[in-house]
Design a protein around this ligand. Structure first.
Ligand code: AMP
Ligand code: MG
Length: 348
């Protein structure tokens, strides 16, 4: 299949680029799948009501079928068409953060969406993305759009159309390219089926942000106690990994450099993932910078691109600096730990 590549300019999306949006929306209406930018990462969208379209998403990604998809909408009123028994605090969260990087998990109305979207669960995950191309595409399609990240399963999520094409060229109908995404990590997923919100996947909207709107909020305990099955099925899978094995290490650059030297003495080519403040202090085969420690949002934005770029470097092993877990740091470390398959190097 030839994958179309439509370059669009975020700031003039509804005028000049309407033909591209329309072409992409027509493909979605026809049951095909297309990738599109959101404020978090690029998504791979297909009609959420159509089994065959949802099947194409899973096929293109190679995603395990027990991992449900997020349904994207462009109008908050559509939530009530897809879900029922939505608690008041969930509406407060939608009013506060939509459009934006917050996904609510709510009881689904039976028989509305393809069963494959929800992987047999009685709940559905819904979000309204904050990107003009995404909103225009969903509106023009006129259907709820199921969309996971537009990467091959297990790889880092795409924060640029190039990443989408690296993974999915020839496997999807097209990609709307509006340059780099903003937040850089996937949305915060919040379970809204109980008395208070529970964070199932940390993201750009932090637990403190949610508490400020909804009061008492918890984080899924299985995210901390890793031996249990997490409530967001996708959280149990390895994800975001570069090709070389990745380890995380705490400590000052001099301490991490000792480990790098040890590996190099064994003849290994070593990659280091470091914040801008410390990158120049390492001596290794590849040192890749990923944002500033003093501005964790910049680390979130650059993390996946940095992880991907190690695949273009001749490295046998990678060590990543650990980041603090406050604010968006919780999401950064959640993704980094997944990318590393939880491999930490203990500081001596
Ligand atoms: P992705 O589509 O790759 O951004 O991943 C979506 C995340 O949301 C995965 O971790 C899913 O397991 C999770 N998710 C989707 N639907 C539900 C649901 N109904 N209940 C709990 N988690 C969900
Ligand atoms: Mg994903």
């Amino acid at each position: 299949m030839e994958t179309k590549h439509w370059v669009v300019d975020k700031s003039v999306i509804t005028h000049q680029h309407y033909p591209h949006i329309k072409e992409a929306a027509d493909l979605i209406r026809n049951g095909d799948v297309v990738a599109f930018p959101t404020e978090t990462v690029y998504g791979l969208g297909g009609q959420a009501k159509l089994d065959s379209a949802v099947e194409k998403i899973f096929q293109a990604k190679g995603r395990p079928s027990d991992n449900p998809l997020i349904v994207h909408i462009a109008d908050q009123a559509d939530v009530d068409k897809l879900a029922h028994s939505i608690p008041t605090y969930a509406y407060l969260l939608m009013n506060a953060f939509w459009p934006g990087p917050l996904t609510v998990v709510v009881p689904k109305k039976e028989g509305v969406l393809s069963e494959r979207v929800t992987a047999g669960l009685h709940t559905v995950a819904i979000r309204m993305p904050d990107h003009p191309a995404a909103l225009a595409l969903i509106k023009e399609s006129g259907v709820p759009v199921a969309a996971p990240s537009a990467n091959r399963s297990g790889k880092p999520s795409p924060t640029a159309a190039k990443h989408v094409l690296d993974d999915l060229n020839g496997r999807i109908a097209g990609v709307l390219d509006a340059g780099e995404t903003g937040v850089g990590l996937e949305s915060t997923v919040v379970d809204c089926t109980g008395d208070y919100p529970v964070v199932l996947r940390p993201g750009g909207i932090t637990q403190a942000d949610i508490e400020a709107i909804a009061g008492k909020t918890d984080t899924d305990t299985t995210l901390k106690q890793k031996e249990e099955t997490p409530k967001a099925p996708g959280m149990k899978y390895a994800h975001y990994a570069p090709e070389a094995p990745l380890y995380i290490m705490e400590g000052l650059p001099a301490v991490i450099q000792e480990k790098v030297d040890e590996w190099r003495a064994e003849g290994k080519k070593v990659g280091v993932l470091a914040a801008a403040e410390s990158a120049a202090m390492y001596k290794a085969e590849a040192v890749i910078t990923c944002g500033c420690r003093s501005d964790l949002a910049s680390v979130a934005k650059e993390l996946y691109g940095a992880l991907r770029s190690f695949n273009e470097q001749p490295v046998d092993v990678i060590v990543a600096e650990a980041f603090p877990t406050e604010g968006v740091g919780a999401a950064i470390m959640n993704r980094l730990e997944k990318a590393a398959g939880d491999k930490w190097i203990k500081t001596k």
